[in-house]
Write a protein of this length. Structure first.
Length: 383
């Protein structure tokens, strides 16, 4: 590696891998140099890009031609590929989720060496709106959080999305469905801004809208350590879907709805007003303003730029791999709550969840891929 360049290899040539490759070769990632790609089948892409092609990830890593690796393979292979790369002291950018479970993710972290950057593609942390929401919550402007809620049901996926893949939406291949694939982004942002709940009670529906064995609809309820409550509703089978995120404090509230962010500030804390007013039907006066976010961000490129600069300059990672455990803990807790018909306390007993997941995996199998041709527009996949 030269002082200003990181030689990168990409494992996997699916939709998201091609997006990462496109960002690198079109100079959207400063200091990144694509030198190798890896897929099980030969690809003409290597000749088009002028890079080496490997059919085995170990061969690519062992060739000592790369400093860092982007792993964009099916979830069931995340652990083995990342483990080998970390053992070889490569810097690793791993696509979400970190693994089939937080237990698996925790085991993987043990292979990270000092000085090695290990990042997760939690790209929605770079969304300007969510960044602003986090700044407001962290500033204390809303006061003590009393309630949170996110309705995220515009992750609609038609049947063909699952049919053209042999691993998606299977316990064996993905470790779940909606919670660990699409909504893992929202759950990560949720806990990143509002913190982890202390207790989760959830109702997951399995194959309600699709011919799949995993969850495609979820309703969950949270309790936080300070007594605040919250909720999450998600679906890949609801149309039209909604994206509404509420954070309510005693001094005000944030509302993200259909892409618009509003901040509501009370003239007096609701707790204080409640105790002090003589008005039987009184309510604190409040003022609402709309925060207009004009900035547009290539989220994946932003995370990759940060990863490369972490390697070259020691910049702090936006999403270190260890951060991926929290969202997986929440997702796993929602599934465990459904399976046991009980609320689940956090910190999650990851071994208990893993044991239940292993039972599901034993009865699961990868599906035969459909021969139908899917029309692919990756820009339509982001919410």
């Amino acid at each position: 590696m030269t002082q200003n360049t990181v030689n990168i290899g990409v494992v996997g040539l699916g939709n998201i891998a091609k997006q990462h490759i496109n960002n690198i070769v079109n100079n959207r990632v400063e200091g990144a140099n694509l030198v190798a790609i890896c897929s099980r089948s030969p690809s003409s892409l290597s000749a088009e890009l002028g890079v080496s092609h490997y059919t085995d990830y170990k061969s690519m890593i062992d060739a000592s031609c790369i400093d860092a690796i982007i792993i964009a393979t099916p979830t069931l292979t995340h652990f083995e590929v990342a483990k080998y790369a970390l053992q070889k002291r490569l810097h690793v950018m791993l696509e979400k989720p970190m693994g089939l479970s937080s237990y698996e993710g925790e085991q993987l972290l043990a292979y990270q060496n000092v000085g090695t950057q290990f990042a997760l593609m939690l790209n929605q942390r770079t969304d300007p709106t969510f960044l602003r929401m986090k700044q407001i919550v962290d500033s204390g402007l809303l006061g003590d959080i009393q309630r949170t809620h996110w309705t995220m049901t515009n992750w609609f996926r038609p049947e063909i999305y699952f049919q053209v893949s042999d691993w998606r939406a299977t316990w064996k291949g993905e470790g779940g469905g909606l919670l660990v694939n699409q909504a893992i982004h929202n759950i990560d942002v949720f806990q990143w801004i509002c913190g982890l709940p202390s207790e989760i009670c959830a109702f997951c529906e399995f194959g309600k809208h699709h011919d799949i064995e995993v969850e495609d609809q979820v309703s969950a309820f949270f309790r936080y350590q300070n007594g605040a409550t919250g909720g999450f509703i998600g679906s890949t089978g609801e149309a039209p879907g909604f994206n509404r995120f509420e954070i309510v404090g005693d001094k005000g509230a944030l509302l993200f709805d259909d892409g618009q962010l509003s901040v509501i500030i009370n003239s007096q804390s609701s707790v204080e007003f409640n105790q002090q007013t003589n008005d039987m039907f009184g309510i604190p006066l409040s003022e609402t303003s709309v925060i207009r976010i004009e900035e547009s961000v290539n989220q994946h490129a932003a995370v990759m730029n940060n990863f490369v600069q972490a390697i070259l300059q020691g910049e702090s990672l936006i999403a270190p791999a260890a951060d991926g455990l929290a969202s997986l803990d929440m997702a796993n807790a929602m599934l465990l709550s459904t399976w046991t018909n009980q609320s689940v306390t956090l910190p999650l007993n990851r071994q208990v969840y893993q044991n239940r997941l292993n039972e599901k995996i034993k009865g699961s199998a990868l599906r035969a891929k459909s021969t139908r041709q899917a029309k692919i527009d990756m820009s339509a996949s982001y919410r």
